[in-house]
Design a protein around this ligand. Sequence first.
Ligand SMILES: [Zn+2]
Length: 108
Amino acid sequence: MKVGSSRQPPRATWHRLYTTARWRKLREYHLSVEPLCRFCLEREIVEPATVVDHIVPQKGDVELFHDPDNLSSLCKHCHDSTKQRMELGQEVVTFGADGWPRGVTEKS
Ligand SMILES: [Zn+2]
């Protein structure tokens, strides 16, 4: 089994953050104030969000994990496709409502 980079703790240690009451409350609150998928809205598509995503990958950073400004609402499709590619550092081209590419999203 491959061991991840030494800079970040193994997944198991921070994955538990998702099971805490603090996170569940924060997640529910976030979905109540931002109930629609942010990526879909950029394309003028109204899609209910089901995933609360961390804009900056939290990698076990508890402060970042619970930072309300670091959260965005996504639908499962956007989370599983666009977002995953961004986190892998791959180029992501999004399309505007006019059908033209909005430019390549740079990895921050
Ligand atoms: Zn979406």
